[in-house]
Design a protein around this ligand. Sequence first.
Ligand code: ATP
Ligand code: MG
Length: 244
Amino acid sequence: MTAPLLEVRNVSRFFGGVKANLDVTFDVETGMVLGLIGPNGAGKTTLFNCITGFFPPSRGEILFEGKRIDGLSPDKVCRLGMARTWQKVRPLAKLTVLDNAVVGALLRTKSVKDAREIAHAQLKVVGLATKDSTLAGTLPIGERKKLEVARVLATQPKMILLDEVMGGLNARESEDLIQLILDIKTSGLTQVVIEHDMKAIVRTCDRIVVLNSGEKLAEGTPQQIVNDPRVMTAYLGDSGGAKA
Ligand SMILES: Nc1ncnc2c1ncn2[C@@H]1O[C@H](COP(=O)(O)OP(=O)(O)OP(=O)(O)O)[C@@H](O)[C@H]1O
Ligand SMILES: [Mg+2]
């Protein structure tokens, strides 16, 4: 049996007295879309930061393709094949859409010409191919989110981690992102998706991990999770709540 692509083993991350993650364990198999959900402050982004090397876990192990990666720098983790988007999108506003994606593509090639071709191909995947020469800072939020996805795809990853790519989008823009996640899934690329919109999560994910106050509260198929009373209680206890 092949090892899972990503293994998160008893990961904890503390900030002073705050237990942002506590003893979190789960696997991500190749080709799956795993949803990571939980109320505001549950520790979802912190877990992405630990997985992608932005800070090391306080305790625990993270394995990618069977090898320990906890403690590696973000650029090393990215080179191994994991790329993430940011909850607060921050494109290089004064660069064109194409050049933003080129920055991702330059991870694997020194040739600017090749990087442009890779970048353009990924802009096509996300539906921004006609916006190559637009300044990234002028894009509406829905297209900025798509550019974020193009930038991570341009690094030619084995896994992408999307942190609330639908956050702040209207229904039509969210629908575009749902379709994009489904298209990427069809291509076989593994995805971990943080999202508050339960409908979007149920439509896109094969499995869901629920975090609450830093700990894993539940894990299962979308059907198991939406029928789990503990999950509802966790959300109802949160002032933001899940969009059902
Ligand atoms: N760099 C940091 N320094 C100190 N505390 C932090 C830091 N990053 C996160 N935290 C704390 O860790 C906890 C988890 O935060 P995190 O951002 O991971 O939650 P989240 O599940 O992504 O929430 P949201 O849904 O609002 O994005 C919070 O209490 C937060 O204040
Ligand atoms: Mg977050």
